[in-house]
Design a protein around this ligand. Structure first.
Ligand code: NFS
Length: 677
């Protein structure tokens, strides 16, 4: 291999972050130090150099017209009863914070839902056989979702009901699904998948989404200067758009991806920068949509490309992923995770990344600058996500030529292998993991075969072995120590017998830490949860996929309601939600649909309404009266977990199962008593 010199960034790093303070992960610490040694700036240094704006962080900066920005921070002396802060138009802090908050919901719902729309378009084109790259991989899942779209799966022939042609079903499902983004009448079809009580609650509160696009557009209209000025009315629209995300765009993205690419079932893999291999061509896929990466996986694993890589002196091709594209190809193919959101620059700093292929969302613009310092080819693939730097290659993905596009990309990476410099340093750390727990897989592992439901899970909650269930999800945030909150909160929950469902970057963080291995149950869980995990052979943290797969958590909760014994609605369940290190607008949309589905949801790091105490109180307290769920905010990880546990205990008490902690299975009679209690 020829020696290449590292092109250092022009401005050298002035303020340096201390690696151990920036992350709890040794591989990340090593790579931050390595970047500093090479004078390459990363997000960790930038976070040190630039402080966040205090007014924006409080949610009370309005820049929706050019008379502003109007800045309404909390006065240092505190606010008196007559809080007379006002923008030029008279907007109060509550109006401004509510507007900003629901604009975040709009951004997040748009991102998830536009992803879902892209999948639906490919799905329809596959169903119509316009492309032979994509095919229906899981007809069983297609049949299970068809009724929700009012699509018949059988047809009458000569007086008998016979199975309908699967291709016909697929086309009709594809058309009905795509219609959900812009139909002119009715409401979203998937809303009826929610427990009946919740569906009724949404109706009573006037928040059943009409179509996905409309709810997002209406947020932009209502937050324009001089339109909606009542924080309660504003957040009502935010709720409607968030439901359109969770129970609409995201849920359809998940389902249609499962039908096209396969429903996940548990598989083994690894996680962290240590999955990269010095003697292999390393391709890192990064972003969110699995549409192209599915084909890249197939091409990179083909004999043809393997042989091509060997002809260039490599031992093979090592694929790995960052962010949610990674979670998508992990849960269906076992492709290892390279790292979380905050490790994207560091994957390139290893000097061993021959190509980074990105699609949409959560991609730092600075990866292009870091790539410039190495031989790494940075390839953008999506028409809506390009980069301005001249070293970036754009290969626009076209589903009709998906195979050719993927081959071209993999070939670029292989050809680039020989251009590596001497500056290769791959940390050795990597965690083992078992991922791929969809709703169906959990049903299989924790369900009762005779009921085909979440019976065993509920039973173990009722008898107290499992105290409750927590969904811990979401991003990393450079304003807090990388992965510290994620891991501390999950461990505290496990210690207290709370089963954890995870997605997104929390899933990656847990995988890096080894918490997704069944064997960790005895080390980290309370005795009850450990016993269940060991008996069933599951990890105490179940990785349910990417961020659109938070819809799987909604459906898992719905299955718990259906299985009986734990109330009639999601809000009755001993469950809680958390995003310890959130940063994206998508997280706000997710939080809002969790809350509106009845889940108590706690966020860490910062909360964008702290400058508007009245509006915040509405979200943190009064919301519970409307939907059964509410928001909370807690920076300290242990307190954060304890608040979730306290909520779980409150729900156990309401269900009358707080006292039962004995170690015996309940008989059916006791169970029936509980159900009718
Ligand atoms: Ni979710 Fe996935 Fe990670 Fe956050 Fe970004 S990757 S969609 S937004 S940072 S979890």
């Amino acid at each position: 291999m020829p020696e290449t010199k590292i092109t250092r960034l022009e401005k050298k790093v002035e303020k340096k972050v201390i690696p151990q303070e920036a992350s709890i992960d040794p591989a990340t610490q090593q790579m931050i130090a390595r970047a500093q040694e090479l004078k390459i700036e990363t997000v960790f240094d930038r976070a040190l150099k630039m402080k966040p704006c205090n007014i924006g962080a409080q949610g009370t900066c309005c820049k929706n017209c050019s008379m502003g920005p109007c800045r309404l921070p909390l006065p240092k002396s505190g606010i008196d009863e007559e809080d007379d802060r006002k923008g030029l138009c008279g907007a109060t802090p509550n109006t401004i914070a509510a507007r900003n908050f629901i604009r975040m919901v709009a951004g997040g719902a748009a991102a998830h839902s536009d992803h879902g729309r892209g999948v639906a378009e490919i799905f329809l084109s596959a169903a119509k056989k316009e492309t032979d790259v994509y095919k229906i991989k899981d007809p069983g899942k297609l049949l299970s979702i068809a009724p929700w779209f009012n699509v018949e799966t059988t047809i009458e022939k000569e007086g008998e009901q016979v199975d309908r042609d699967i291709d016909e079903i697929a086309v009709e499902v594809g058309e009905k699904a795509l219609n959900e983004w812009g139909k002119s009448n009715g409401e979203l079809l998937y809303l009826k998948r929610a427990p009946a009580t919740l569906y009724e609650k949404w109706g009573a509160n006037g928040v059943r989404p009409r179509n996905i696009d409309r709810e997002i557009v209406e947020i932009m209209h209502r937050t324009h200067i001089g339109v909606d000025q009542d924080y309660k009315n504003l957040i009502k629209q935010g709720t409607r758009a968030a439901i359109a995300d969770g129970w609409g765009g995201s849920m359809m993205a998940t389902d249609l991806q499962d039908v096209l690419f396969g429903t996940p079932y548990p598989l083994e893999s690894e996680a962290n920068l240590g999955v990269m291999k010095a003697d292999h061509v390393n391709i890192v896929i990064h972003g969110h949509e699995p549409i192209l990466s599915e084909v890249i996986v197939a091409v990179a694993q083909s004999k043809e490309m393997e042989a091509y890589a060997k002809s260039k002196g490599a031992k093979g091709i090592q694929l790995s992923g960052i962010c949610c594209t990674a979670n998508e190809v992990l849960q269906r193919h076992g492709v290892p995770l390279c790292g979380t959101f905050l490790q994207q620059e560091l994957a390139i700093v290893t000097g061993a990344c021959d190509a980074m292929v990105v699609d949409i969302q959560c991609i730092f613009q600075n990866v292009a600058n870091v790539a410039k310092c190495f031989h790494t080819k940075l390839i953008t693939t999506h028409p809506i996500a390009k980069m301005e730097q001249e070293n970036v290659i754009h290969i626009e993905f076209d589903e009709h030529y998906a195979l050719d596009d993927a081959k071209r990309i993999v070939k670029i990476a292989v050809d680039n292998f020989c251009n590596r410099g001497v500056d290769v340093m791959i940390p050795h750390q990597k965690g083992s993991q078992v991922a791929g727990f969809g709703v169906e897989a959990i049903k299989y592992h924790l369900g009762g075969t005779f009921r085909g439901s979440y019976y065993t899970l509920n039973d173990n909650i009722i008898n107290g072995r499992i105290r409750g269930v927590a969904g811990v999800v979401g991003c990393n945030n450079a304003r807090t120590r990388h992965n510290e909150g994620h891991i501390a909160i999950v461990k505290e929950l496990l210690k207290n017998d709370v089963l954890v469902l995870t997605t997104g970057c929390n899933g990656i963080a847990c995988a890096m830490e080894g918490l997704l291995m069944p064997g960790t149950a005895s080390a980290h869980c309370g005795p009850g949860l450990a016993e269940v995990c060991e008996t069933v052979g599951i990890p105490p943290v179940l990785h349910m996929g990417s961020c659109v797969d938070n819809s799987r958590i909604l459906l898992a909760a719905t299955e718990m309601v259906k299985a009986g014994g734990l109330g009639k609605d999601i809000s009755d369940l001993p469950v809680a939600g958390s995003a310890p290190e959130w940063m994206s607008e998508k997280a706000i949309s997710i939080g809002q649909y969790f809350v509106a589905s009845g889940v108590y949801t706690v966020f860490g790091v910062t909360f964008p309404t702290t400058g508007a105490p009245v509006f915040q109180k509405y979200l943190f307290e009064e919301f519970e009266n409307l939907y059964g769920g509410k928001w909370d905010f807690e920076i300290d990880p242990i307190q954060h977990a304890r608040k979730m546990i306290a909520h779980i205990d409150k729900k156990r008490q309401a269900l009358g199962i707080n006292k039962i902690r004995e170690r015996k299975m309940m008989d059916m009679a006791t169970r029936r008593d509980l159900e009718t209690a």
